[in-house]
Design a protein around this ligand. Sequence first.
Ligand SMILES: Cc1ncc(COP(=O)(O)O)c(C=O)c1O
Length: 343
Amino acid sequence: DFSQLTIPIDMAIQVYKSGIPPEFLVEMGRRAIAAPNIDMVGLHVHQGRHHASLWFWEGLMSRFGKLAGELVAAWDGWQPREIDIGGGWPSPRDPLNEELPRSEFVLTALGFPLLAGLRGLGARLYHRALAGLVPLLSSHRFRATPPSIEQYAATSVRALRRELQAARISTAGVRLQIEPGRSMYGDAGIHLARVKTVKRQSQPFPYAWVLTDTTTFFLAGGHFERSRFRHVVANKADRPVAMTADLVGHSCFADQIVLGARLPEVVPGDVIALLETGAYQESSASNFNALPRPATVMVCGDQADVVRRAETVEDVYRRDLAPPRMHRFQGAHSDPVAMEIQS
Ligand SMILES: Cc1ncc(COP(=O)(O)O)c(C=O)c1O
């Protein structure tokens, strides 16, 4: 996901690593068509999730259709039997790009002059200004619900068919393939975390953190895309909002999971459900700080089954090897897992 701004598609495409540079397309296609052991069945484009709007798909499919026309002309009338338009449709409750980059603002040139100027006001006024500014930086507005999968399909197919027909490519019998990922399962995942402690400060301005037993490193896929996960205190879902706090994880990193979360009064032991964590979260989870990753439970109606067991500390260290030259420091211990755990 590149930007929540409406940046031009052609610009975004330049910095996206996937695909074949256009200058090679004609020659590569000619060679593939001529190769006796290759049956070139079709064309594929995948731009990834760029923008939730329909205009993106209208633009991408128009250009892809035009390109297909240029290639078919260059390939002496070769006709595609399959056309694949890739993935990138957002999930219905799309959380991506909702988290404002607060630390980037505070730590970079953007915020520095403002903060330096505010310091001139003296400590009291400076902290009062910060107290107003920091929540502003973590405030957010959930985007309107993205268009439905039917709308993406209709827009994409209309634009593609129009351009293909203009290029005299017959669409009759051509198999259209799509590769939606997150739009199908993004909303299906719920990440559960238990509250370990609540920390509050009153000076230099009031602030609160809810420390959980998870980490943003288990949610890395969303973190890269500035996801702001909707959250519910699962055992207090019907209680009114009573506090604003940063939901944070327990690694040594800043580990900000949801900034400025609005929660009922929480206490250690409460369970926070982070919604929309079904796409790219589990597969991108890492063992930063040697934290074992949680189990995955598949739920359907009233059935629940563990489909991936929780990691153990032994799992985390299983691949570690102590080089023989270090054995003399380890006394009688030669099992690297045991050594690591004991140290
Ligand atoms: C080639 C290809 N198709 C489909 C997808 C799925 O993308 P998304 O989950 O954004 O729909 C990906 C993900 O990167 C991909 O690389």
